[in-house]
Design a protein around this ligand. Structure first.
Ligand SMILES: *[C@@H]1O[C@H](CO)[C@@H](O)[C@H](O)[C@H]1NC(C)=O
Ligand SMILES: *[C@@H]1O[C@H](CO)[C@@H](O)[C@H](O)[C@H]1NC(C)=O
Ligand SMILES: *[C@@H]1O[C@H](CO)[C@@H](O)[C@H](O)[C@H]1NC(C)=O
Ligand SMILES: *[C@@H]1O[C@H](CO)[C@@H](O)[C@H](O)[C@H]1NC(C)=O
Ligand SMILES: *[C@@H]1O[C@H](CO)[C@@H](O)[C@H](O)[C@H]1NC(C)=O
Ligand SMILES: *[C@@H]1O[C@H](CO)[C@@H](O)[C@H](O)[C@H]1NC(C)=O
Ligand SMILES: *[C@@H]1O[C@H](CO)[C@@H](O)[C@H](O)[C@H]1NC(C)=O
Ligand SMILES: *[C@@H]1O[C@H](CO)[C@@H](O)[C@H](O)[C@H]1NC(C)=O
Length: 463
């Protein structure tokens, strides 16, 4: 009789020790103004980061993490997957060069083979996708051969792998991967007791459809619930709904009890005028509530998979000024580049929401409606404009037609004026096909018509 509880409790300890519920961060380094790795690790220790995810297996960082209690997820770059997947001795070599020098002094716990390889457009011929699971198997075998047992091998998926997300019980994987790579991937994950990592961004789901999805639901407000008519499960937040849509898609392929981890989540603190809801208020609210949920003493899991720890890596540690894409991309950080917080945040989850100081009010939670232009950003060095201008104007014969001598927008003859016209014209023409007003950081959106006078009309976008 006395033995039984003992047995159960030791089993429990083992399974909990396997995966940490401490909050992880993506230590992204796409900035030219970031603290050094040494300083960054001091900062991460001071704010009690529990786990770090790297986009590679940077030896300097792994060495600096040696002897700390921080768990680490390293990534095999996408470019190495075909090579590693084609030859087990390549996998062995990768493990020997990248893991063994640091293990076990650095607490490496996950090797992520590739980043969003499945269903990505990076590899149109599918070779990379086909090499993915062989590469994962090769890495796992090499780890096992070297006696490394407590490192899980996985890969990251984007939410674009699932076809429908609501109701979660109706969700399936996209048809092109559903009977090719996903069954193999899940067989590997199931067979090695690993987890499936997913990038889960309620921000993107909500901001794509802010009229139909409640912001409160995206920010864990708790005022709104949705019941899945298929499963009867009740959802109080968008994150759970997105996670469960992946789990239901997995079950449709015959796999039960596959566990999920979150490779990236978060909320941007700033963005362009047409990027609704990117602000400090929402970012702080999202991350604070996320952390409270994920660090709860009794793990909460999701409605479909309750009471489970979900390893979670917030994106991102810093604002990264070298990221390309819309303005939000450069504002995912919890910290400024000098290491100070963008907003108060307690990664341990001990601090109650009511114990934080009030936040600045959100001013852009309702989509901007009106005209937008795209102009040269005021901080830009004029020297970089001629090349950008000639690039934009070489796309077709129409975009810059009004800039020709004698045409409406030729005067004043200045490179800033001409570039602003070209940016507005190009953006207005191609925004519906995904063009953004950035031009490698040279441009910004404006609600003020840059022309304001004369015959020249800058094309505008109406949102
Ligand atoms: C990882 O991030 C660093 C810093 O931004 C970058 O130089 C490197 O190319 C990235 N590696 C991969 C595999 O994406
Ligand atoms: C795998 O790589 C090793 C080391 O480079 C090489 O000796 C071997 O021939 C390769 N095997 C195959 C099947 O390509
Ligand atoms: C697919 O891409 C790989 C890697 O870029 C290349 O080696 C291979 O030849 C390509 N295959 C086909 C059929 O195009
Ligand atoms: C779920 O999917 C089935 C079959 O595709 C469809 O008939 C049903 O309407 C869907 N349910 C909901 C609530 O969307
Ligand atoms: C929002 O919901 C309404 C009513 O259900 C629907 O007609 C509309 O298409 C939805 N809008 C978007 C952008 O999904
Ligand atoms: C949610 O409910 C709380 C408490 O009733 C209220 O203060 C808050 O304004 C509500 N939030 C939203 C987004 O409706
Ligand atoms: C998953 O793994 C378990 C053993 O851990 C096995 O019993 C089960 O059949 C596997 N599921 C599938 C669909 O392969
Ligand atoms: C642009 O105009 C020139 C001269 O009229 C023509 O030869 C060329 O094909 C046009 N290019 C495009 C991309 O329309």
């Amino acid at each position: 009789m006395a033995l039984l509880p003992l047995l159960f409790s030791s089993l429990l300890v083992v399974s909990l020790a396997e995966m940490s519920g401490k909050i992880g961060v993506n230590y992204g380094r796409e900035g030219d103004n970031l603290p050094s790795p040494y300083e960054s690790i001091q900062i991460m220790k001071s704010i009690k980061v529990g786990q770090i995810k790297l986009n590679d297996s940077n030896p300097e960082i792994l060495t600096l993490l040696s002897g700390t209690k921080i768990h680490v997820a390293v990534t095999v770059p996408n470019d190495d997957i075909i090579r590693i997947g084609s030859n087990d001795s390549m996998a062995e070599q990768w493990v020997r060069n990248n893991i063994l020098p640091h293990y076990p002094d650095t607490m490496i716990r996950f090797v992520l083979v590739g980043d969003r390889v499945v269903n990505s457009n990076m590899d149109v011929n599918g070779t990379m996708e086909q090499s993915l699971v062989p590469a994962m198997r090769g890495i796992k075998s090499a780890l096992t051969a070297h006696g490394v047992k407590n490192v899980k091998v996985s890969t990251t998926l984007g939410m674009d792998v699932v076809q429908t997300r609501f109701p979660p019980s109706n969700s399936t994987f996209q048809s092109d991967i559903s009977d090719s790579v996903m069954p193999k991937l899940l067989k590997f994950v199931n067979g090695t007791k690993s987890v499936v990592f997913v990038d889960v961004y309620p921000y993107f789901a909500w901001s794509a459809n802010p009229t139909n999805i409640s912001l409160d639901f995206a920010l864990f407000g708790g005022n709104i619930t949705h019941t899945d008519p298929g499963s009867g499960l009740v959802y109080t937040n968008l994150l759970d709904q997105l996670l469960d849509s992946v789990t239901f898609a997995i079950e449709k392929l015959g796999f039960r009890n596959i566990r999920l981890a979150i490779s990236r989540t978060g909320w941007p603190t700033a963005g362009d005028i047409d990027q609704v809801g990117a602000n400090i208020y929402n970012a702080a609210t999202y991350n604070r509530n996320l952390i409270r949920k994920m660090t709860s003493k009794q793990p909460l899991g999701t409605p479909k998979s309750p009471s489970l720890i979900i390893p979670t890596f917030i994106s991102s540690l810093y604002d990264e000024n070298r990221k390309i894409g819309p303005e939000t991309e450069r504002h995912w950080g919890m910290l400024h580049t000098n290491g100070t917080p963008v907003y108060e945040i307690d990664l341990t989850g001990n601090r109650k929401i009511s114990e934080y100081k009030p936040l600045p009010p959100a001013v852009n939670n309702i989509p901007y409606k009106g005209k937008l232009w795209c102009e040269v950003a005021p901080w830009v060095n004029e020297m970089s404009l001629p090349a950008a201008l000639s690039n934009v104007c070489s796309i077709d014969n129409e975009t810059c037609a009004a800039l020709a001598p004698g045409k409406d927008c030729y005067e004043p003859v200045s490179v800033v004026w001409h570039a602003s016209y070209a940016f507005s014209s190009y953006w207005a023409k191609f925004r519906s096909q995904g063009a953004i007003c950035s031009f490698n950081g040279l441009a910004r959106e404006t609600t003020v018509d840059p022309t304001g006078r004369g015959r020249c009309n800058f094309p505008s976008v109406t949102v």
